[in-house]
Write a new protein. Structure first.
Length: 61
């Protein structure tokens, strides 16, 4: 059974570095409060680590 990550953007990207803005877009997040569900892969974990201060992450089944 594969696990998933529920990722919610909780802070704005204003005044953040361009690579962090790009990372949020690659995760599919565009606005505060938006939530996406992604597979729990090493690549997605790396994306989340890059923007950990901007998002809230929850593991779901």
């Amino acid at each position: 059974m594969a696990k998933n990550l529920k990722i919610t953007q909780i802070k704005s990207v204003i005044s953040e570095k361009q690579n962090q803005r790009d990372t949020l877009r690659s995760l599919g997040l565009k606005r505060i409060g938006q939530t996406v569900v992604r597979e729990d892969t090493l690549a997605n974990r790396g994306y989340v680590r890059t923007v950990a201060h901007l998002v809230e992450v929850e593991e779901i089944d």
